[in-house]
Write a protein that binds this ligand. Sequence first.
Ligand code: KG4
Ligand code: ZN
Length: 326
Amino acid sequence: MTILALETSCDETAVAILRGRELAASEVASQIAEHAKFGGVVPEVASRNHLVHAPRLLDRVAREAKIDISQIDAFAATSGPGLASSLMIGASIAKGLAIGFGKPYLAINHLEGHLLSPFFGETEIRPNVSLIASGGHTMSILVRRLGDYEIIGRSVDDAAGEAFDKIAKLLGLGYPGGPEIEKHAIKGDPKRFDLPRSMPDSANFSFSGLKTAVRYLLPKLKGDYLADVCASVEEAIVDVLIRKAIAAAKKHAVDLVTISGGVSCNRTLRKQLDEACKRHRLEFKTAEPWLCTDNAAMIAFAAVLKLDNGASSNVTEEIDPNLALR
Ligand code: KG4
Ligand code: ZN
């Protein structure tokens, strides 16, 4: 079984091919440079770029996987959540290929792609508490099995990645802010600034207070403070994510914690969550960093698992910018 998936939910165009559960090819075309001059993602620009990049990447992954597109057994695409004008491009291409070659089409939830990514290549999805921390979402989910998800908590305002991005902007650093803050944090003292950890007793998350605290802190600072602010911000975000993941695992009597989404590339988060899980006798699992940020391999993997369960989607199924995780 060979499956091709497209991921175009936001500003990254991604195409991947899996043979069974094995990765045959995965390509991502970033549009960061195009959107940087506008200070954020412009949906119209993203959509036009997807149209340019997607056909090019389709050719490239087919070449890398040494397969003709006509030999692909099923086509998948992210159907939401995301930007409508971006989702439409990937989903339309996948549907067109599925119809043209008479093969199944699978509509995949972007969040399900993320939460399954720590199991990439495996056959079984074990019960776990899954933390998705990306630029658009921060949520903890009780995963009972493939397709059985219960949202335990979510951010009531900014997502963790959004907090990294907005604080990086306040500090005059580039986009995306997470890797920039991480780079400076390595040289900093995380204890120098005592930044807020909001909603400590709730399963939900809140990061906008942290951004406001940094906004008020910065004008008071003199001298060399960048690395210490970055380290303190990183620690504040990591601390909250870890505390809530462990609390959720204990509450729901689950012995496995997983993390996915762009923020889970953060090395301090990966290391400290691993250590915290060991202290609490929990197993910790995450994907390789390239699978944590937006990519099509995770969408193809979710599609393979669904196909194995006998599921497929109707080509009349519309994209849904607000698609919920069910
Ligand atoms: O999952 P993703 O690629 O896209 C969304 O679905 O949002 O996540 C992107 C987010 C950005 O906010 C970026 O700043 C953050 O992930 N990010 C990081 C790191 N790498 C990416 N945050 C903290 N540390 C990192 N190393
Ligand atoms: Zn994502």
